[in-house]
Each structure stands twice: as C-alpha cells, then as structure tokens.
Design a protein. Structure first.
Length: 137
C-alpha cells in the first residue's frame, strides 16, 4: 500500500481511547470512577511519549497518522537505502527514547559522519511529535 492510499489514523482519536482505557484501569484499582481526573492524568503523563511512538510508527510505515506529513510516511526504507546501517542504528536509538542531542553525542563518541547523522535526524524529525494535546483535556 502506498503512502497515498494508506488509511490514516488520528492521534487524537486513538489517544482518547487510550486515556479512556487508563481511566477504566485506574478506576478499577481504586474501586471508584476517577472520571476526568484519570483522563487528565493520562494526557499529562503519556501524551508526549505516545505521540513520539506514533511518529516513529509513521516513519517506519506501520501506521499513517494524519497529523504527520504524507511524505514522511514509510521514509525509513529510503533512509536505510540512502544512509545504510547508520540510519538503522539511529532509528534504533530513537526507538529506545534517545533525543536528538543523545544521538549527536553518541555519533561524536563513535566518530561517525556528523553531516549524515544530521541529515538522518532532520528527515526523521522526531521533535515534530511534540504536538499539544487537546485543550479540553
């Protein structure tokens, strides 16, 4: 399935379902309905990490998220074909939670080609995942 024909999912819709699940689990643990407090807690605790993981899914071509650019859907393959193992190692580190600065420090430590590292980080643009959560939450 190409990027243009891939079904798109919405971060906001799926996150709301995750928050509702969190509310149910936490309410069960406490023996009462925690209501909107549990929903707000999920957004405060997990929203940014949730968006980051969805960004990486989008880059890998697993799920087309409508909040991210169509042209970056599935770009992992192109990055690996262009930059080889270096792109794969950088993606592994981002999957582990490394920030761009961590990847840059790692690449300096291993004397890796900095311009290629920066090109890869720019293409992935993991910081694009820092989307504000809905104000209603």
């Amino acid at each position: 399935m190409s990027a243009s024909t891939a079904m798109s999912a919405s971060l906001f819709d799926t996150a709301r379902r995750e928050a509702e699940t969190h509310k149910w689990i936490e309410s069960q643990k406490h023996g009462c309905d925690l209501g909107d407090h549990a929903i707000r807690e999920w957004y405060r605790t997990y929203w940014l990490l949730y968006c980051r993981h969805r960004r990486l899914e989008h880059i890998r071509g697993e799920t087309r998220w409508m909040e991210f650019e169509t042209e970056t859907f599935g770009v992992r393959y192109t990055l690996i074909m262009t930059h080889g193992l270096l792109a794969d190692r950088i993606l592994d580190r981002l999957d582990l939670g490394y920030e761009n600065l961590d990847v840059i420090a790692w690449s300096q430590e291993w004397d890796l080609p900095m311009l290629r590292v920066l090109d890869i980080l720019e293409a992935i643009d993991v910081n694009r995942a820092r989307i504000d959560h809905p104000a209603a939450m």
